[in-house]
Design a protein around this ligand. Structure first.
Ligand code: BG6
Length: 471
């Protein structure tokens, strides 16, 4: 592992901060999801008074960030991947920036600087002003390009001397898996599959143009900073050695490569034509779009890694798949165990994903998320013995070491999800715990919110101190 390897943790504003309507923050897409991104969606774009919304409280980082960052420092992290809530800076997505929102992030970055913790900031992590969905229909509308650029410019100009690494969109490839949280695309299920596909891939096109603008803007104005794209590294295995299965696997991986190919090479891949045609999509590309994309080649690739899948995702072409099935795939891998939430546990798959991306692009890769969501038990003496989490992280970090030290992959860093417990994106439960720091809230928001160091806290601290030399 490199000497200056970026060991850290990763979180997202909408899952951690809480304070959903404080100090001028506007409602975001996440704020209306009571059941998470894989669960039931509300019928209307609003907050129902009789429902409980765990994102509204999050882990209350907004009020406790000083104590939390002090704990992060005690854990020894070198970097902190976090996101800025767009709806905290531009409450409706338009108009003037919210001073209080800027002040909050300024305070957070200054606090991080106090401990020499390097921020890596995602501009849009499964969150955007809800008003932009109501008014424009989210990213399918090209109006979003200029509004996102204005937001990005505002925070980059303000924080360029405090934040050296920026990521444009979280898990951009998931716009076609969970389109509402990744793209603000709201479907009432009267749309045909082709109409949904059109909205999703047109939305992705607008994100490519906007993301490329950010890269170009930063390169021209702040050349010392680095900008990356991010995907969920859900690569797949072929179901067997049948040639057709191998072909299905290539197509399944293209659901991820479509995004990295475009952001890294600065143009759509050749297969984009057939890939989109099969989905019934013809993109509306305006003059200047492709040129803009060509100017926005990223400096690094960020990848989250949780599970692998078996291709194809939908083997029997079922007309309807749940959000979970679309994300995890329908074919089970008989060689792998699953987590308490049914997510396949596959450490070797991480080495494979790193190699696939590096072979293709030879760009530095940040493992921007990796972790185990599990129920934790607080013992009578106030401890959490989470050996399962240590085992999970250790097994994955071992594979990162192999990718780095044996295979020669340029791994920039590893930010474990989530360092501190926060609300799950797919299930909206805080009881799906990922942190090395326990947060005393339950799924209904009861509890003190106190922070408790889990056994994995001390373990991760040792890993960082030793640069993983002991495993
Ligand atoms: C990633 C997301 O896909 O998975 C995070 O970027 C999310 O926002 C993480 O929290 C884990 O998923 P979940 O649903 O268990 O919280």
């Amino acid at each position: 592992m490199l000497e200056n390897f970026l060991w850290g943790i990763a979180t997202a504003a909408n899952q951690l901060e809480g304070a959903w309507n404080e100090d001028g923050k506007g409602p975001s897409t996440a704020d209306i999801l009571y059941d998470g991104t894989a669960g039931e969606y509300p019928k209307e774009l609003k907050v129902y008074p009789d429902k409980y919304y765990s994102y509204h409280l999050g882990s209350d980082f907004y009020h406790r960030y000083k104590q939390d960052i002090q704990l992060f420092n005690e854990m020894g992290i070198k970097c902190y991947r976090m996101s800025i809530a767009w709806s905290r800076i531009f409450p409706t997505g338009e108009g003037e920036p919210n001073k209080k929102g800027i002040e909050f992030y300024n305070n957070v970055f200054k606090e991080l600087k106090k401990y020499n913790i390097i921020p890596i900031v995602t501009l849009s992590h499964y969150e955007m002003p809800l008003e932009l969905v109501k008014k424009y229909g989210g990213w399918k509308n090209r109006k979003l390009i200029s509004l996102y650029e204005k937001y990005a410019k505002t925070v980059i100009d303000k924080f360029h001397d405090l934040v050296p690494y920026w990521i444009t969109f979280n898990e951009m490839n998931f716009i076609s898996t969970i389109p509402f949280c990744a793209g603000g695309l709201w479907f009432d299920n009267n749309e045909s599959e082709a109409d949904k596909n059109k909205a999703m891939f047109q939305g992705a096109h607008h994100q490519f143009v906007a993301g490329a603008w950010v890269v170009d803007y930063v390169h021209n104005n702040y050349p010392e900073l680095k900008v990356g794209c991010m995907v969920c590294g859900t690569f797949s295995y072929a179901n067997s050695c049948k040639p057709q299965d191998a072909w299905d696997q290539i197509n399944c991986d293209r659901e991820t490569f479509y995004y990295t190919d475009t952001f890294v090479r600065g143009h759509y891949p050749k297969y984009a034509k057939s890939f989109l045609r099969e989905k019934g999509v013809t993109l509306k590309i305006e003059e200047g779009d492709l040129e803009q994309i060509s100017k926005g080649k990223v400096d690094f690739i960020a990848m989250s890694y949780y599970f692998t899948r078996v291709a194809p995702i939908n083997p029997n072409n079922d007309a309807y798949l749940t959000n979970n099935e679309r994300m995890l795939g329908k074919i089970k891998n008989p060689y792998l165990k699953v987590s308490q939430w049914g997510w396949v546990i596959d450490p070797v798959g991480l080495r494979i994903a790193l190699n696939k991306l590096y072979d293709r692009y030879e760009l530095p890769i940040l493992i921007a998320e990796n972790g185990l969501g599990a129920h934790d038990t607080l013992t009578a003496d106030g401890k959490i013995h989470d050996d399962y989490r240590k085992e999970f992280l250790e097994a994955h970090i071992k594979e990162v070491k192999k990718a780095s030290d044996i295979d020669g992959v340029d791994v920039l860093g590893y930010t474990s999800w989530s360092g501190i417990d926060l609300v799950s994106a797919t299930s909206a439960q805080i009881s799906k715990r990922y942190g090395q720091i326990y947060v005393d809230y339950d799924d209904d928001g009861h509890g003190t919110g106190n922070r408790i160091k889990k056994d994995s806290f001390y373990w991760y601290k040792r890993i960082i101190e030793s640069n993983a030399s002991e495993i």
